[in-house]
Write a protein that binds this ligand. Structure first.
Ligand code: AMP
Length: 229
């Protein structure tokens, strides 16, 4: 047990919680290079598995198409494989996992975590944000048609690949996903609030707004963790 705690205390293992559109992906892409840890999104792992037609992807697609959770055994296997890769050895920004109390307990067992960043957002802000969300097919950078447009329409500023809109970014699915998040978050808050690891950030202001301090607030939390490693 002692070995487990020591091993985990020198890594930046961070969980990002937040409704769809709360900015987890956007902030992760700003933080990952600075702290030298990858952004690992279970939704992205699943979409990649579906794209590659792997057995896990074929199974997962049935659930994702219905807007339901993918069974734990599929997602945990994908996550464990991803965590073995060399870039995840110093830590990670984990997005989309855990979503249930059972997953939180499994995560405590398989990696242990240092901090949970919870991005709070209201439903009407989510609808505005996700309705206009554009994602790069190449590097995953996130833009917004209205608030953060790319310099050239449909093209990523960074890697020049094509931008696309996610299939589940329709109004009906967004409302359903927001409701699912609200239902799942309370047990997770309870689980983490007993641990001193939970940090809540008000993510209703867009990153492009000068008043937005969310990125700075995240950096303060991560700097504090880094200085204790
Ligand atoms: P996301 O990209 O995080 O919005 O995830 C897209 C979809 O992938 C979700 O609606 C779920 O069907 C599935 N998914 C992602 N992460 C998990 C998870 N931790 N547990 C179960 N299903 C998940």
């Amino acid at each position: 047990m002692k070995k487990f705690i020591t091993e985990n205390s020198n890594k930046m293992k961070i969980v990002l919680l937040g409704a769809p559109g709360a900015g987890k992906g956007t902030y992760a892409s700003r933080l990952k290079d600075q702290y030298g840890i990858p952004h690992i999104s279970t939704g992205d792992l699943l979409r990649e598995a579906i794209k590659n037609n792997t057995p896990a992807g074929i199974q997962a697609k049935k659930f994702m198409d219905r807007g339901e959770f993918v069974p734990d055994e599929i997602i945990i296997e994908l996550l464990k494989e991803r965590l073995k890769q060399s870039d995840a050895q110093a830590g990670m920004l984990l997005d989309g996992f855990p979503r249930t109390i059972e997953q939180a307990k499994i995560l405590d067992e398989i990696i242990g975590i240092r901090a949970v960043l919870k991005f709070d957002i209201k439903q009407d802000v989510v609808l505005r944000r996700l309705g206009g969300r554009l994602i790069c097919k190449g590097c995953g950078e996130i833009f917004n048609k209205h608030k953060l447009p790319p310099k050239k329409e449909g093209i990523c500023d960074i890697c020049k690949n094509e931008l696309h809109q996610r299939e589940d970014d329709t109004e009906e699915t967004i409302i359903k996903r927001y409701k699912t998040y609200e239902d799942q978050i309370n047990p997770l808050i309870e689980h983490y609030s007993n641990t001193n690891k939970l940090h809540t950030l008000d993510s209703n202001t867009d990153l492009s707004d000068l008043k937005c301090t969310v990125l700075e607030d995240c950096k303060k939390i991560l700097d504090n963790i880094k200085s204790n490693i």
